[in-house]
Design a protein around this ligand. Structure first.
Ligand code: FE2
Length: 264
């Protein structure tokens, strides 16, 4: 009998193209990868900025268990109230005390308890609370009631992401990076048994500039004017990783990159 837990973690869903690709392919991907638990970063799913209750409902109906976010979490304000009744929609755990929503959730996965923690980096992003201390304290508090931890570290800096992975190596199953929208090829299992990748990539439009129209992104760079960026409406590619986890140790066994191109 297969004992390893199979976690499918998919990257930042970008606007309509990302949602469309997920609606078409998520169920088959879950089946193909025999995923026991599915985590998706949804912070760019509503036209590139934020997430709405309707989109979150649709994600859950596809078999997604946990939705993580990041720096755009509050962009669509309807999500604030929705988070109260849907604890599996996370905001970064290291936001200041009193911020709405939860930074972690524990889900039952084939008899094991898996805790997903969402954190946000501070290098080139807002100077929120320390993600290292937040992670350390949460793991310490929850480890008695958790068989394995997975962290979505929504951050810009590879240095910060790798540092967090080494800091937590051996105490959690995986640290996966999100936010840059570009999948990196540095997936590995660290010495202590924690799976790591700097960025799992996006679920977003192919041949774009991190999901938006290239011309507009270029004009913005050339003119330095605050031009509004728009999601490029072309078929998307779904990027992510599959991590297998030994629930007895809480450590990772394997990590592999996932890439699925949508035709629509
Ligand atoms: Fe982000």
């Amino acid at each position: 009998m297969e004992t390893a837990i199979r976690a499918l973690i998919l990257g930042d869903v970008i606007g309509h193209p990302g949602c469309r690709a997920l609606f078409i392919h998520a169920k088959q991907l879950i089946k193909d990868y025999k995923a026991d638990v599915v985590i998706v970063n949804g912070e760019n799913s509503a036209d590139g900025f934020g997430i709405t209750p309707d989109i979150a409902d649709q994600f859950f109906s596809l078999g997604i268990h946990v939705i993580t976010t990041g720096n755009h979490v509050w962009q669509k304000r309807d999500i604030l109230g929705y988070m109260d009744s849907h604890p599996a929609v996370l905001r970064p755990a290291n936001y200041p005390p009193g911020t709405p929503g939860n930074g972690s959730v524990t889900v039952e996965v084939r008899g094991a308890r898996g805790t997903v923690i969402n954190l946000q980096g501070r290098d080139n992003l807002s100077t929120i609370d320390c993600p290292f201390r937040a992670a350390r304290d949460m793991i310490k508090k929850m480890k008695q009631d958790t068989d394995f931890f997975i962290i979505d570290f929504h951050a810009e800096s590879v240095k910060e992401k790798e540092s967090l992975a080494y800091y937590l190596d051996g105490s959690i199953a995986a640290v996966v990076g999100t936010h840059t929208h570009v999948q990196t090829a540095d997936e590995r299992i660290l010495d202590g048994g924690t799976a790591y990748i700097s960025d799992i990539g996006m679920t977003g439009p192919d041949n774009s500039v991190i999901g938006v129209e290239p011309d507009m992104a270029l004009q913005r760079s050339l003119t330095q004017m605050p031009l509004k960026l728009q999601v490029l409406d072309v078929p998307a590619v779904i990027h992510g990783v599959l991590v297998t986890i030994d629930p007895a140790t809480g450590r990772a066994l394997t990590i592999e990159r996932v890439r699925c191109a949508s035709s629509l």
